[in-house]
Design a binder for this molecule. Structure first.
Ligand code: 5GP
Length: 264
């Protein structure tokens, strides 16, 4: 029999709630883990705010995140995973702080190449062409797509197009370097399809409340916009099961260090 990790079992349940894993009761799941009896189990369920009658496949977005985080703390996943390439994708929900973590890796882990994307949006103050992005117009973006020069591309937030240039990545990988892509979920899925051995890392907020704060905390949006953003975030969090690793962005330097360690 092949042994699977609790995280993999949870992922199976979430991917397919109709499967045997999906139908498993949360109580059964927890007591099957090493060193967890009924008393401990009930305390964990109370902490994670999960009802004991829940089945794994029926957990809400917030409960999934809480359970996944608890599992990662209790049963750390192996640092090196056989068969994974040095192409690492960092994705996660809007406002989780991917950009900050990626910039920290660029500045503190110079052996890892942070890919520079092409985008049709205009530079913000301080952004440098070729360093933060390649700022291109629509015609040039069309050309990059037509000539097959992008590994993946997507329209983000229904506005501008962003894409990952293929050539610098192929060169760096051929030299044995690690390459990090900080891209959105649509892009991460395309990389998975184009390069199945890529390592996909999902950045999580420390808690759902924290993400809500980051998304709507400024209080500048109306109720409808806030509801829209929260709904998007729930959908985004639900895709974490597609990823090889989850890293909690509780503190930028720590999270960046963990991603860098996974990348090597
Ligand atoms: P920003 O415009 O704030 O720099 O980035 C907006 C979003 O675009 C972020 O979520 C970022 O992850 C995503 N993004 C940046 N570059 C790429 C890319 O090359 N491909 C894809 N799919 N998304 C990208």
């Amino acid at each position: 029999m092949r042994v699977i990790t609790p995280q993999q079992l949870l992922q199976r349940a979430l991917d397919n709630p109709e499967s045997p894993a999906g139908a498993m009761r949360i109580t059964e799941f927890l007591t099957a883990l090493p060193a967890i009896g009924e008393g401990k189990r009930d305390r964990i369920l109370a902490d994670l705010e999960i009802s004991p009658v829940k089945r794994l496949g029926g957990l809400g977005a917030r409960q999934r995140t809480a359970l996944a985080q608890w599992l990662d703390t209790r049963f750390p996943q192996p640092v090196a995973r056989a068969g994974r390439s040095r192409l690492v994708v960092l994705a996660g929900p809007t406002a989780v702080g991917k950009g900050t973590v990626a910039a920290h890796i660029r500045d503190h882990h110079p052996d890892i190449l942070l890919s520079v994307s092409a985008t049709t949006r205009s530079p913000r103050p301080g952004e440098v062409h070729g360093e933060h992005y390649y700022f291109v117009d629509d015609a040039e973006f069309d050309r990059l797509v037509a000539d097959g020069e992008l590994l993946e591309y997507a329209t983000v937030h229904n506005r501008y197009r962003y894409g990952t240039p293929k050539a610098p990545i192929e060169k760096a990988l051929a030299e044995g370097r690690t390459v990090l892509l900080e891209i959105d979920l649509q892009g991460a899925r395309q990389v998975r399809a184009a390069a199945p051995d890529a390592t996909l890392v999902f950045l999580l907020p420390p808690s759902w409340d924290e993400l809500v704060q980051r998304l709507v905390g400024r209080g500048t949006e109306d109720a409808e916009e806030r509801a829209r953003r929260l709904k998007t975030a729930k959908g985004e969090l639900a895709s974490q099961g597609e990823f090889d690793y989850r890293v909690v962005n509780d503190e930028v330097a720590r999270a960046a260090g963990e991603v860098a360690a996974l990348a090597r």
